[in-house]
Every structure is written in C-alpha cells, then in structure tokens.
Design a protein around this ligand. Structure first.
Ligand code: SF4
Ligand code: SF4
Length: 218
C-alpha cells in the first residue's frame, strides 16, 4: 500500500468516525433496513469527496483485478459524457465504483458513504431523514403517514427501547478543520467524486485512464 504519514493520520480519523457511526447504526437498528445489494444511496447522487478521501479510494481501486478496473473506467467515461450533456445545475449519477449493486471499494469508500442511512442534523440545524425513508427503507416504519416527520405515536406503538434520533454527522461537520487539526491531516479540496476524474486542463470528457497511483498528498 502506498502510505505516508498524512494518509496514516487520516486512517486513524476514519477509524474513530467509523466506530462512532457503527455504534449509531447499532442503536438505530430497529429503523435501519440497509442490506448488501441495496444500493439506492449509491445512485442518483453527487458524492462529495475531499482529496484525501479520493486518494484513499484510489488506493483501494489500484488493488482491484484488471477487469474490474476496466468496468469502472468505462463507467467513468460514460458518466463524464453524460455530465457534459447535462443542462441541469446539479449533475446526479450512479457511482462508477458500484458494480452489480455492490461497492467494489467498500473498505476504501468515502465519509458520506459511511454515514448515509442515518437521520442527521443538517447544517441548518434541521433533522434530515435519508431519502430511502420514502421508499420503505430506513426509518419508514416510524415516518408519519404521508409526511416528512418521524411519528412519536408510531415509535411508541412499535415499543422499541431506543427512540429514532438524528446525529450530528453531516458531511460538512465531519470534514471540519477541527478534525484536521485534531488528527493532523488535511482533507484538501472537496468536490463531487466524478470531478476528480476530469483532467485539470480541460473540462470535456476524454478517454479516461484509470489512475493506478495516488495523486500526491501534501
Ligand atoms: S441507506 Fe437506504 S438506500 Fe442505502 S443501503 Fe441503506 S436502506 Fe439502502
Ligand atoms: S464508493 Fe462505494 S459506497 Fe460510496 S457511493 Fe461509490 S459504490 Fe457507493
């Protein structure tokens, strides 16, 4: 593994965050319907990735078999073409690393990939349920009928010990400078995952060479 001290520090941070997030998922188990093969959250999104997250993702991607890399590379090329043709302000796509509804770089996935599925407190201080709540998945068993709020009545009827709660795990908070200072690394530039595959000197899609090595982390 290509590793330097900065990346090592990032991994320490990632372990701490992951432990906390796993504990949260565990506490919210009665309301969580995530399972292998459910990948709605890896589709139709922007996937914010900081530079260090992207570098770690590439570390994982570099270990994949050649045929898997080829699939990912083809996905990237396709998405970049769609992006060029997109006229909307926000470009949503399926993550190029999703293959047969399974993440091909699971261990190396980004921060947003690790936290999605829990209720969280947005930057505006409002509670946000994951979108899959409206598709019969996470927290749907406690969602008010036809509404967007959690129903206390439904929770009480279910009789679970732990109530559904929202956590302070939004992406901006988890990639805040306090974490950088505390763990001695920098997140670096943040942008949608697919934009990391655009050559810096041109905005148009080009045949993508699947990166096998990390960009330098400074
Ligand atoms: S967060 Fe929602 S969409 Fe994603 S795996 Fe869990 S249940 Fe499925
Ligand atoms: S890196 Fe993996 S978990 Fe994250 S969006 Fe892509 S496929 Fe999903």
């Amino acid at each position: 593994m290509i590793m330097n001290k900065i990346l090592e520090n990032y991994l320490v941070y990632l372990n701490v965050i992951e432990k906390k997030v796993n504990k949260f998922f565990d506490e919210q188990k009665p309301y969580i319907f995530c399972k292998k093969g459910c990948a709605k959250c890896c589709q139709n999104a922007e996937f914010p990735f900081s530079k260090i997250e992207f570098c770690y993702l590439m570390e994982g991607a570099s270990k994949l078999p050649l045929e898997t890399k080829q699939i990912i590379s083809d996905n990237i090329t396709k998405i970049l073409t769609q992006r060029k043709q997109c006229t909307k302000e926000e470009f949503l796509y399926t993550c190029p690393f999703l293959i047969n509804n399974v993440c091909s770089v699971y261990q190396y996935r980004g921060i947003v990939c690790r936290t999605f599925g829990l209720m969280n407190i947005g930057q505006d201080g409002r509670v946000k349920v994951p979108f899959c709540c409206y598709q019969g998945l996470n927290y749907s068993n406690v969602l008010e009928d036809g509404g967007t709020q959690i129903s206390r009545e439904k929770y009480q009827k279910l009789g679970y010990e732990k109530e559904p709660v929202a956590f302070n795990i939004n992406y901006n908070f988890l990639t805040d400078a306090d974490f950088e200072n505390g763990f001695h690394f920098k997140f670096g530039e943040k942008k949608p995952l697919i934009e990391w595959f655009i050559q810096p000197d041109q905005q148009s899609p080009m045949p993508v060479e699947f990166p096998l090595t990390n960009p330098n982390i400074k």
